[in-house]
Design a protein. Structure first.
Lengths: 438, 438
């Protein structure tokens, strides 16, 4: 790159093992990345952008002037165009749309109106549609003429529409193999083909593709007008990204995406916004301890067990949260199943609570030789574990029921409750058994 | 189901919206589920099993006698057969293999030798292969004759092999459309087709399919013998499952899978095995507090801040862990990039550490009116956050470098270190500033 030689840059790109590109680009400085992009052809730049994580590609493109970014956009698939423009600041995406091929820009504006995780947001608009009146021969000769252009579409199905552009049938490419050339396609098409509405959500699409061995589905608007094709691979990729985002949000990464190549200011601000909510919750929880300062002063050993009880209950509760979040994603449970889940977890919370309580109680007893200390610590952990397990299982369902994000909010809510409750249990049990503790 | 009417059962299955089946089955009792399976046809049972989460399907099949389970297995795709048999106890899977169609059983045994997350473990063996000497007409008439059987394969490519069963070429179904019937397929095939070794891992497969717009790839063994086909959808589904498992392991679910319909004993034991390691680590960390009991006794207010400092650093560190784990999965970073990551996180840790330290220090100062208390608490949180952020970023890379699972082990290692270090920092700072604290 340093040499500024376009041929060397192309060779370099070709030699990169698939999957290495994201890593290599992340290691280059911003200006090196820009220079590299300008060296390679627009088509190669488009392929590179499509293979990078969205956030990384967005960053890279945002550094390019619009007249340079626009031709790269022109070479991308329609669904990727929309996703990437979404990553850019408003003013810049508008400038790029101005510079782009007008038909493509029009198409992007049309796609941009859809929710990213709906059939409309995930579909591509590159498809083959023919009118009902055409014959097998018409279609085949059109295919032959445009072989090169269509090759890039990865066509599996041909869609049949009427004069109002409404979807009326579908043909598999292989069916054309066996059909007499003069037959009209409307005579051999599958009528009433399965299609999805453009507003269908990701989860329903996933279930659909799980249940049907299809490569793609036509997408129609509410007037049954054919608007695009949704491919299995796009649905599955979106599902995978969702799972990754759930994981990051669960660990307190707002927005569910962070790459180390982002500017420090953005990264720090995103992480801090979550941490500062947490610190407030933590202070609230710890204020329970402040209310019992005199108890703590007379049995200072309790200070050792306060963090253990709160941490362990937090861990137990997090396990329940994770299982509930996962079962929600898999579609095995729904918010209204909360009572069934509660019953299931109650028994598990009892078993695990008693096991952990006995363990920690024994440690406390052996350390100080005071049976009441074991009873206080063990009893508090047992009860708090039971509560944490039940709450952890139900909180994601409640949040989901209120259309909130279970992955992001469940953790802080749970740990605040288990911390408060854990501190309270240890210190109030100690208050009750104070004569036997000192 | 209660009525035991096979027709009603079929109607019920048909009416279930896709994706609902897993939830409905989970709500039935074990005996009801079994009865339902015996009511519906083997083919429908096979489709149902394929659509359920693996763990759930495994449970259900393990309750059936082998002679009843075997015909259901016979109706499944080869890759699903292997995955599900893997879920059953050894003795039972052996009994089912005995009862199965011998060729299918042989095939399963062959597939079972592969790692589940390798090309061999993910491929299917249902494919169309023809010898080089055959003509277009031979192939097309074979396709016509077996249209029904092949329909279920969802064929996209035809593979060409030589007399030693080695892969020599590939043909797209649509190419047959345009070719003269008498031409020998070896004359028109794509020679030296792209293929993958059966030992190729999931991550490499994902990168490959990201980079190439293909629906499937031939899988060969080390002698270039064609052994199966790996489809994009299977790779993407495996990727999605992996992401879900990473999430669950991160929250302390051993094995990365738990469904509430599993027996209590299994669920409790799996969760406890992780918790009991954690409780030991927690006790070790808290023993730091025990060493400073006298300091704590003279400044009892510190007891309120000990859990806050350790919890908050744990949160900050978890954010770093999550980003590193995610970047490892995306292939943006590698273990050997640890120093680059460390540098990036060091700056972020400084910024966030100072922000959180000032915040908590101010709270402590305002509460008790003692400036030194603010200094102790704020300073300890700032330093501990810096350490947690750096450690959290690097620990997953180190674990990955040693071929350990970053998702499962990073959390407990990090929180033990941040707890110990947090307690130590607060209490040793307090010791140093003791004259100003009381």
């Amino acid at each position: 790159v340093a040499a500024g030689d376009p041929e060397a840059a192309h060779d370099f790109l070709k030699e990169l093992p698939p999957g290495e590109d994201a890593r290599v680009m992340a290691q280059l400085s911003d200006s090196e990345q820009q220079e590299f992009i300008t060296l390679i052809s627009d088509e190669n730049a488009a392929r590179l952008m499509e293979s990078l994580p969205e956030l990384q590609a967005g960053q890279l493109l945002s550094a390019l002037p619009p007249e340079q970014a626009a031709p790269i956009f022109d070479e991308m698939h329609s669904d990727e165009q929309v996703d990437l423009l979404d990553q850019l600041p408003k003013s810049q995406s508008a400038a790029i749309l101005e510079e782009m091929d007008p038909t493509a820009a029009e198409n992007v504006r049309f796609l941009a109106q859809y929710d990213q995780l709906s059939a409309g947001g995930l579909m591509i608009t590159e498809l083959l549609a023919f009118e009902e009146s055409e014959s097998v021969d018409d279609v085949v000769s059109n295919l032959r003429q445009n072989a090169e252009k269509y090759g890039a579409y990865n066509v599996q199905y041909i869609y049949v529409i009427n004069s109002e552009l409404q979807l009326t049938g579908v043909l598999r490419l292989r069916d054309l193999l066996l059909a007499p050339p003069q037959r009209q396609i409307s005579k051999m098409m599958i009528t009433n083909p399965t299609s999805v509405l453009d507003s269908t959500g990701l989860q329903d699409l996933q279930h659909f593709f799980d249940a049907h061995p299809l490569f793609g589905l036509p997408v129609v608007d509410k007037n049954n007008k054919l608007v695009g094709v949704i491919r299995r691979e796009d649905v599955e990729q979106a599902g995978e990204e969702q799972a990754g985002r759930t994981f990051l949000r669960f660990a307190g990464i707002m927005g569910g995406e962070e790459l180390r190549s982002l500017p420090l200011k953005t990264r720090s601000a995103r992480r801090l916004s979550w941490l500062s909510i947490n610190i407030v919750l933590n202070v609230v929880a710890a204020s329970v301890i402040a209310m019992y300062e005199d108890i703590l002063a007379s049995v200072i050993a309790l200070a050792v067990f306060l963090p253990i009880v709160s941490d362990m209950s937090g861990c137990s509760g997090n396990q329940s949260i994770a299982v509930s979040t996962r079962e929600l994603v898999l579609g095995v449970i729904r918010p209204r199943d909360w009572f069934y889940i509660f019953r299931k977890e109650f028994v598990l919370g009892m078993v695990n609570g008693i096991a952990l309580g006995v363990l920690l109680g024994t440690v406390a007893y052996l350390w100080k030789g005071i049976p009441a200390l074991g009873l206080v610590v063990g009893g508090a952990l047992a009860l708090n574990t039971l509560m944490a397990v039940c709450l952890g299982a139900v909180i994601p369902l409640i949040l989901k029921g209120f259309k909130l994000d279970p992955a992001l909010a469940s953790g802080p809510i749970l740990t605040t409750l288990t911390d408060m409750c854990g501190f309270f249990l240890v210190l109030s049990f100690a208050q009750a058994l104070l004569p036997w503790l000192t």
